[in-house]
Design a protein around this ligand. Structure first.
Ligand code: SF4
Length: 442
């Protein structure tokens, strides 16, 4: 080993992927070379996820395996959200970790690598007490490029009081990145011929609040379309209910580049449950705003997320959620069983709803949503849709239309070969619950 190779395992959400790619960029700029196989690396890094138990289990599994197979002279660094929250427990549970770096200081990865010494009895901890995510990004792009798409991080951290969520404990409060830096990165991505720019944060609709900017996201979008007019698609994820303003709807409806797509996790629809979750409970606002958006953007595709089995959720409250889903007819829905999280405001409520009840409610909700998704997809048969090609095989190509965000929504399967990384015109020929089939049209 040359002393300058690294292997990075990135776990968790797209926001963590951006942190991983930024850490990789810092190493690359310092003369390190990425390798695919951990056995060939001098430095092993795991960018962990600490959001809920299943994600924590996966992070621990990856760390344990790398620690067990570690060779003499290799160093293992645990970074990310799990370390920010459970730094001590990780070191006690897994022998062989040389350095522990928190997610708020991802940009100090080189300092940690230069300071750790392989085989020390205790890991080096680098988790300086800081209430927020650092903005000293050392000039690396806060983006993750995946084929013709790029996730671009516009902010990090969160100031919302959602009772079930540990993110504010992990990341600290919301910190917006300077708009000029974001615009410059968008120009660079345009020069790289990126076709889809996906704006991410814990809460994109809170962009600029900490900078004293009202309607910060709408204003940022207006500058973005001017700064990067050649990027065909701009997609918004992680909107917070109550903060989808008229200004935001206007800038979305008024710019072809900004896709008529919105991911707005609502978590529930019964006001009492929402109040117990410390979430916005004005369901009339949701009805009004989504109908306003659909008037302004008739082709709007809506994604949301719900939690079932939140402490105290009655059958009647759950039924209200089902009725809401039937009424709104979302294009895509994600559903999670309530996950008990220590240290959050919901901790005193415990986890009283039995797993089998949570699973039964998840199944009923998804059954309803699948019938809605299928009907929506069937209504597209015969229509034309632009599709961003992400892969191809012998005689088919696969991609996504504006209606589908990467990794979480559906795909369009196209007969024939189409250029990867490009947006092509297609006619929809068939519909499934989540995916579509199509043929190329010139
Ligand atoms: S808005 Fe999202 S990230 Fe922020 S506390 Fe609520 S659920 Fe967590």
């Amino acid at each position: 080993m040359t002393g300058k190779t690294f292997y990075l395992a990135s776990l968790g959400c797209a926001k963590n992927t951006v942190d991983s790619d930024s850490m990789a960029a810092l190493l690359y700029n310092d003369g390190y070379t990425p390798v695919e196989k951990p056995g060939r690396a001098d430095v092993l890094i795991v960018n962990t996820c600490g959001f809920i138990q299943p994600a924590r289990d996966e992070s621990l599994k990856v760390l344990r395996k790398l620690a067990k197979n570690k060779k003499d002279g290799q160093v293992l660094i645990a970074a990310g959200c799990l370390t920010e929250r459970y730094r001590q427990q990780i070191a006690e549970q897994i022998r062989g970790i040389d350095g522990i770096l928190g997610t708020r200081r991802w940009m100090d990865i080189l300092d940690v690598i230069h300071a750790v010494r392989p085989g020390q009895p205790h890991p080096l901890y680098h988790l300086p007490e800081t209430p927020i995510i650092g903005l000293d990004e050392h000039g690396v792009m806060r983006a993750s490029i995946q084929g013709g798409s790029a996730y671009l991080k516009i902010a990090d951290g969160c100031r919302r009081p959602c009772a079930f969520c540990a993110i504010p404990l992990i990341k600290g409060t919301a910190v917006s990145r300077p708009a000029d830096v974001i615009l410059d990165e968008a120009r660079q991505l345009q020069d790289m011929d990126i076709q889809e720019l996906i704006l991410i944060a814990q809460d994109t609709t809170d962009y600029g609040h900490d900078l004293g900017i009202k309607d910060g996201l709408a204003k940022l979008l207006a500058r973005l379309v001017a700064a990067a007019p050649e990027i065909p698609w701009i997609r918004l994820l992680y909107a917070y209910p109550g903060y989808v303003t008229d200004a935001l709807i206007d800038v979305m409806a008024g710019n072809q580049q900004i896709l008529p797509y919105l991911d707005i996790p609502l978590q529930h629809a019964h006001p009492d449950v929402l109040r117990r979750m410390k979430r916005p409970a004005d369901i009339d606002w949701v009805y009004r705003t989504l109908s306003k958006m659909r008037q302004a953007m008739p082709d709007l595709a809506l994604r949301t997320t719900f939690i079932v089995g939140y402490p105290g959720e009655t059958e009647a409250e759950f039924q209200t959620l089902l009725d809401f889903i039937s009424a709104i007819k979302f294009d895509h829905v994600g559903v999670f069983p309530f996950s008990f999280e220590q240290g959050t405001a919901s901790e005193p409520l415990g986890d009283p709803i039995p797993e089998e009840v949570k699973n039964e409610r998840m199944a009923r909700l998804m059954e309803l949503q699948e019938s809605i998704s299928l009907a929506k997809n069937q209504a597209l048969v015969g229509k034309t849709l632009d599709v961003l090609i992400e892969g191809k095989d012998k005689d088919i190509s696969v991609g996504r239309s504006y209606r589908d965000a990467p990794e979480i929504d559906g795909l369009t399967i196209i007969e024939g070969q189409a250029p990867v990384g490009e947006i092509v015109k297609t006619r929809i020929t068939g519909a499934m619950v989540h995916d579509l089939t199509a043929q190329l049209i010139s």
